[in-house]
Write a protein that binds this ligand. Structure first.
Ligand code: ACO
Length: 479
């Protein structure tokens, strides 16, 4: 452990903790995200004798202004400063701030505990704070040695976004965006280029793209653009399409026509290696976006059907739902495969998958044709080595330990599932939208899984942030 968040109330204990940490970590730094109104740290009296440096991101006044104007930016600045301190010191003791105008500072501290993914250490006497923390979904470390406490496991939407950016940056890939005529695409391109997390190719009429970019104040000088049907790559794309589809009866003339479709052209750029991934669908249907990929890029060896999952970013965790996008009526074989590829997708982003095969029945409690379908899928899933799954299982038994202990006491997945496989597209698509709209979850996807190369679909109502996230995910899938 290199850090924890300390809710200090008792002066003597604070002194002991700082001494103990200083002995073990001589370059210890105390980080109080928001300084006291005096401009100092709350632990000033204790740490000065020990020569411990303190660091702040904000004065009380500036913190309140930023928090009220743009809460996300406020948290992002603190996360950035904290990470910098963590990279420069062997231990960062984060301490709660107590002054924040009329706003409740303790709750803002609790939000930061989750954003920074830290253990919250509280002294046993602080019963009120312990209660508030628990109500906020944080189990504080009380009266035990912080070093012995279990590592926390929070993943906020903001932390997930920064994980995506870091991962994408670690191995730079090129994403093609076929819908260069859409302002949202150009704004997303601007953000992505500024972050340096991906390289881009944009499709469309070169002059129109340049004009739009200039109207929006966006610099696209480093971006290659191609106009399908009027580009230097037309012949190569048409020949590649003809080769891929001639066995299905396509002529070269038809291929030359079809490459004028920007989704075919973009998919061919990925197929031919000019780009590593494609993101499209801001202006066209899922079927039109992914059909070229199904026909040309095809599935990975050993995968029969492509499916689409969503990272569901809840307030402090990320779940994965599938299939929410492609297969209307999956067979048991399809469902077992979706369980396996979804676990692999989730794992590729750094999470340990526990897969629930969802149904309206848990274990042997109910019966019916669709329950039998999931039972058969569970049998077939045994052939996927190392897949940690269980089912049929209802959603409550999948996520709630108390229900799980009654309904499936011996399961390794029940009560702690994080990957959810729905019995068909109706269930999956309805569920992800219901959770997104009612629980305020950020749904990142659909992430198409099982294709030889990443092609991802956007919803027509997508926001600039959705496009940015989908591009980052596609770039990571291509690594
Ligand atoms: N996995 C792999 N390959 C597939 C799949 C699949 N799931 N489905 C079709 N294919 C292949 C076929 O084998 C065929 O290949 P071939 O031409 O080389 O033989 C090719 O794709 C075309 O097959 P068709 O059946 O003609 O494809 P069609 O375009 O009619 O349908 C599609 C495929 C688009 C995926 C269809 O199943 C569909 O529309 N699904 C639902 C999409 C949807 O509306 N989702 C909900 C909204 S998305 C959202 O809300 C996030």
């Amino acid at each position: 452990m290199k850090s924890f968040y300390y809710a200090r109330e008792c002066d003597e204990k604070a002194n002991e903790i700082i001494k103990m940490l200083k002995n073990k970590y001589p370059d210890l730094v105390v980080y109080q995200p928001v300084a006291c109104e005096s401009g100092q740290c709350r632990l000033e009296n204790y740490k000065k004798d020990l020569d411990v440096k303190s660091y702040f991101s904000y004065s009380t006044k500036d913190a309140m202004n930023d928090y009220l104007e743009n809460k996300n930016l406020f948290f992002k600045n603190i996360i950035k400063d904290y990470k910098k301190l963590l990279s420069e010191h062997s231990f960062v003791l984060v301490v709660t701030f107590k002054e924040f105008g009329k706003l409740s500072p303790f709750v803002i501290n609790l939000e930061l505990v989750k954003e920074l993914n830290l253990n919250l250490v509280i002294e046993p006497e602080c019963e009120e704070l312990i209660k508030i923390a628990k109500n906020f979904g944080i189990t504080p470390v009380v009266g035990e040695c912080p070093a012995m406490a279990k590592e926390p496991n929070f993943m906020t939407p903001m932390a997930f976004e920064s994980l995506l950016e870091e991962k994408a940056k670690s191995n730079l890939k090129t994403v093609v965006l076929p819908e260069g005529n859409d302002d949202r695409i150009l704004k997303a391109a601007d953000k992505l280029l500024k972050s340096g997390a991906v390289k881009l190719i944009i499709l469309g009429n070169n002059k129109e793209i340049a004009q739009k970019a200039s109207d929006l104040g966006i610099d696209l000088d480093d971006v290659k653009t191609y106009n399908p049907g009027n580009s230097s790559l037309d012949d190569e794309c048409a020949n590649a399409l003809y080769e891929a589809r001639k066995s299905k009866g396509m002529s070269l003339e038809q291929a030359k026509e079809l490459i004028k479709d920007r989704n075919y052209f973009g998919t061919l750029l990925v197929h031919l290696g000019y780009a590593d991934a494609m993101v499209s669908g801001a202006a066209c249907s899922t079927a039109d976006t992914i059909r070229p990929a199904l026909q040309i890029v095809k599935t990975k060896p050993g995968v029969k059907s492509v499916s689409g999952g969503f990272f569901m970013c809840l307030s402090d965790k990320v779940w994965y739902f599938a299939d929410c996008a492609v297969n209307p009526n999956p067979t048991p074989e399809n469902l077992a495969e979706i369980a396996s590829v979804s676990a692999a997708t989730y794992k590729a982003f750094g999470f340990e998958p526990r897969v629930a095969m969802l149904s309206y029945s848990t274990a042997n409690s109910g019966s019916g044709v669709s329950v039998d379908l999931v039972k058969q899928a569970c049998e077939l899933a045994k052939s996927y080595e190392g897949l940690n799954y269980d089912g049929p299982i209802q959603f409550d038994a999948a996520v709630d330990i108390a229900t799980a202990s009654k309904k499936m006491p011996d399961s390794k997945v029940a009560g702690k599932a994080n990957v959810f496989v729905f019995p068909d597209l109706n269930a999956g698509n309805i569920a992800y939208k219901a959770v997104q709209r009612s629980a305020g979850a950020i749904a990142v996807g659909p992430v198409l899984q099982g294709l030889n190369k990443p092609i991802n679909d956007l919803s027509r109502g997508c926001l600039v942030e959705d496009i940015v996230n989908t591009c980052l995910i596609s770039a990571i899938q291509a690594q």
